[in-house]
Design a protein around this ligand. Structure first.
Ligand code: DX5
Ligand code: ZN
Length: 223
């Protein structure tokens, strides 16, 4: 089954609780939380205190995407705040295996993310240790960018690596996902769809979540 993970980056931060209730009404599975530090990416967003506040508003899985340098320094605070999954960037982790072990020791699920210019093949020796692979289909830092078409090939490659090495790993795609690109990446093998501006920029937030679900359903491989 494909999971829908609305990204709160494009939500109205003045009424987060209501916005979360609307994606729940639409049947969202996870909430995707984008943490940016102004160093690894240009933008700055939020840290553990907001994750903690969101944790009090919802039972949805909190899928925290860490676009930060030296993520090891903050892992414990995010887990204490209520994060379920912590995803770190391949490009930000010189000791990736150790960072993934650290996340698991803290009791959370661990994900690894690759930027558009990072090849999938670099994940070969970490894939069996992670719960989630996140393929960026835009350059990280901002919402509402255009989907980069070469991400589709990377999703196919990642799906094949996952099938061969660790079939329980989720394959998530992030950036430029709407009702059209959702079907394309699901057909390529993705099973978690992150979507920010398409969901929160629409006049009908629950309807946008449902439309992602129906695009995904139409493209899922039949058993
Ligand atoms: C971008 C973030 C995304 C962002 C996606 O760096 O990682 O999660 O919210 O936004 P859209 O869906 O608008 O491309
Ligand atoms: Zn993200």
């Amino acid at each position: 089954m494909v999971l829908i993970a609305p990204s709160l980056l494009s939500a109205d931060f003045a009424s987060l609780q209501k916005q979360i209730a609307l994606v729940e009404e639409g049947g969202a599975d996870w909430l995707h939380l984008d943490v940016m530090d102004g160093h690894f990416v240009q933008n700055i967003t939020f840290g553990p205190p907001l994750v903690k506040a969101i944790r009090r508003c919802t039972k949805l899985t909190l899928d925290v995407h860490l676009m930060i340098e030296e993520p090891d320094r903050y892992l414990e605070s995010f887990v204490q705040a209520g994060a379920d999954t912590l995803t770190v960037h391949y490009e930000a982790c010189p000791h990736l295996h150790g960072t993934i072990q650290h996340i698991h020791r803290l009791g959370a699920k661990a994900g690894v993310c690759i930027n558009p210019a990072t090849p999938v093949s670099l994940l070969a020796d970490i894939i069996s240790d992670v719960d989630l692979v996140l393929v960026m289909s835009v350059n990280p830092g901002f919402g509402a960018q255009s989907f980069i078409p070469s991400a589709v090939r990377k999703v196919r490659q990642a799906a094949s690596l996952i099938r061969d090495s660790n079939p329980f790993t989720h394959l998530e795609v992030d950036g430029g996902i709407d009702h059209e690109t959702a079907g394309v990446v699901v057909e390529a093998g993705a099973d978690v769809l992150v979507s920010g501006s398409y969901v929160f920029g629409s006049g009908d937030i629950p309807g946008a979540v449902r439309s992602l679900r129906s695009s995904a359903k139409g493209s899922e491989a039949q058993p």
